[in-house]
Design a protein around this ligand. Sequence first.
Ligand SMILES: [Zn+2]
Length: 282
Amino acid sequence: MPLTLSGSGPRLVALLLAASGLLQAWGGKGHRIISGTMLRTLPPPLKAWYAGREDFLRDHASDPDAWRNHDRKEGPRHFLDAEIYGGADKVPYAIAEAIQQVGSAEFIANGQVTWIIQDRWKDLVEAFQAGDPEKIVFATATLGHYVGDAHVPLHSTKNHDGEETGQKGVHSRWESGLVERYIVEAELEVRPAKLDGEVLKSPWRWLRDSYALVPKLLADDRAADRTTPPEARGVRRGGAYWAIFWDSQGATVKQQLQRSAEDLGDLVLTAWVRAGKPVPKS
Ligand SMILES: [Zn+2]
C-alpha cells in the first residue's frame, strides 16, 4: 500500500519541522558500511547486477537524509516512536489502523520507517522487473538507508536523543561516535542472504528488536558518562568515556550493523526472486 500523507494546519507543520531536525542515523560511515557489507550476502547471479556499481551503492546510501532538507514529509520516514502506540509490539501493520489509533497528525509526527521500507521494497521489485541496473542500484541504496535506520535503537523511541533522561547527544554518540572510532568494516561477519517469507512484516520485528535495546543503551551511556565532568558534558567526551561505552555497547553496534546488512540482503534476494530472477544483459 503506498504511503500517502496528507494534512494541514500550523500544528502539523510545526510537528513536521520539529521531526525533520533529527540527527542522521548511523552517520555516513555506518550507512556506507551496511550497503557494502550487504553485497557480501548475495549469491553471484544477483550480485552481478551490482558489479562495477559498488561505489554508487555506497555513495547514495545516505541520500534520504539529504532529502529531508527539501521535503517536509521525509524526516519522519526515518524513525518510528513506538510509545505512541503503547510499545513496539503494538504498532499496527496497516496504516489505516495506525491513523485510526493515534490520529493523522500524531501518525505523521511519530514516524513511518516500517511502512516506508514496504514501499521502497516494492520499488526494488519493480526495478528488477524493468531490468534497469541503475534503477536497481539506486532503489537498493534507498531501501538500505531505511533498513539501517530501523536497526538503530534510538530510532524506535520518543527519547531519541536522550531528551527525557538528561542524555542529550546520546543519539550521535552511539550511531556515529562509536562507529567512527571503532568499527572496521572487514571485521563484520554476515551470513548469506535467505528468502524472507514475511517480507512485508519484517520491519516490525526489527523495530521490536531495536526498541528492546534502548534501556541498556541509555544505562551504558550514563555509566560511561561518570567519567565526564558535568561541566564538560555539553562539549565533548574524553577517551575514558568512549572506551567504556564501546566496551559495553560495541557488540550491540556491530550486531545492529551486521543485522542491517543481512536483513537488507534478504530483502534484495526476495525482491529479485519475486521479479523472476532476472540476469543482466552482458
Ligand atoms: Zn535516516
